[in-house]
Write a protein that binds this ligand. Structure first.
Ligand SMILES: NC(=O)C1=CN([C@@H]2O[C@H](COP(=O)(O)OP(=O)(O)OC[C@H]3O[C@@H](n4cnc5c(N)ncnc54)[C@H](O)[C@@H]3O)[C@@H](O)[C@H]2O)C=CC1
Ligand SMILES: [Mg+2]
Ligand SMILES: [Zn+2]
Length: 277
């Protein structure tokens, strides 16, 4: 038995047994034991299953996703969005659900070929959809996104999007565009969002962010010039905050929070945090 969560194996849906999670537009089904249910029990419930996917092994046991067309009432159970599982509870289970969500969304959105419109079929033993008519293959979509903590000595640059929880300020972030390096993207995003220039860009680490399919590449950069001008519509407010007087910060498992906590730890001589994968 290999401990932990391994996503590489594709499973045979016809082999009974194992664990399963159920996902609808309301999130994942869970009861007091969490979101993992004995698969055969879950399949006996009155669920409108759209697709079933083998997604990996947890502590050596196979895990499947039941992707539903609609939510259902299951006695003793309720539904919770992926963010809720990210914010609290077991981190490995959140990783299982994050992967399930990405596979479920990708398979649902790639039933038909984007090139010729024919129905696609899953490639055996590979996480890919294939169009037999034109030979196109579609793989799970991952969107590289840069996220950066910009600093100026004891001050850090944080901003608020209108989408954030009230009061929370975070690091700047944005999706890579075709033709850009990670550094090009970071420089453009900081310019667009606050009109500030940066220097000494340093890569700090990465994190899968399954909302819905980002791969966050985290950086630290130093201030090089310019006055903050928040981008209309995207940025509600942006400010330099002294490290001794910070606003409410992002969730503790996010890479945004890691970048901030790491800078504080280095500046103040505290123990360095660990980035949750
Ligand atoms: N894990 C973390 O700590 C944090 C993660 N994030 C994530 O970073 C990502 C990027 O951040 P934003 O500021 O929202 O991006 P952004 O600054 O690039 O602006 C969002 C805009 O980008 C466009 N867009 C949407 N999806 C896209 C895609 N897949 N590729 C290219 N362009 C796309 C849309 O026009 C959207 O309005 C998001 O997924 C966000 O959830 C953001 C902050 C913290
Ligand atoms: Mg942004
Ligand atoms: Zn095709």
């Amino acid at each position: 038995m290999t401990p932990g969560w391994i996503t590489t194996t594709l499973l045979d849906n016809d082999t009974p047994g194992g664990w399963a999670v159920a996902r609808s537009r309301d999130g994942f089904l869970h009861d007091t034991n969490g979101p993992l249910f004995p698969r055969e029990w879950l399949k006996r419930q009155d669920l409108s299953v759209f697709a079933e996917h083998g997604i990996g092994h947890l502590d050596g046991e196979p895990v499947y996703l039941l992707e539903l067309n609609a939510s259902a009432q299951v006695p003793g159970c309720s539904w919770q969005g992926l963010r809720g599982f990210m914010l609290q509870g077991d981190h490995t289970l959140y990783k299982v659900l994050g992967y399930a969500a990405q596979i479920g969304t990708w398979a649902r959105e790639h039933r038909f070929c984007g090139s010729c419109g024919q129905a696609m079929v899953q490639v055996p033993r590979e996480r890919a959809m294939h169009c037999q008519a034109c030979d196109l293959r579609s793989y799970p979509r991952i969107s590289p996104s840069m996220i950066v903590l910009v600093t100026r000595g004891d001050e850090i640059l944080l901003a608020r999007s209108p989408r954030f929880v009230t009061g929370v300020y975070s690091t700047l972030a944005g999706f890579a565009e075709p033709g850009e390096s990670a550094e090009d993207c970071l420089i453009r995003e900081v310019r667009e969002e606050v009109q500030v220039e940066v220097k000494n860009i340093q890569y700090m680490g990465s994190q899968c962010w399954p909302f819905p399919h980002s791969m966050m590449l985290g950086f630290h950069a130093e201030y090089a010039g310019g006055d903050i001008v928040p981008q209309a519509d995207e940025i509600e407010d942006a400010q330099w905050f002294n490290i001794h007087d910070l606003p409410p910060l992002p969730a503790s498992r996010s890479i945004a929070r890691y970048l901030i906590d790491l800078y504080l730890a280095r500046r103040l001589g505290h123990a360095e945090p660990v980035l949750p994968g």
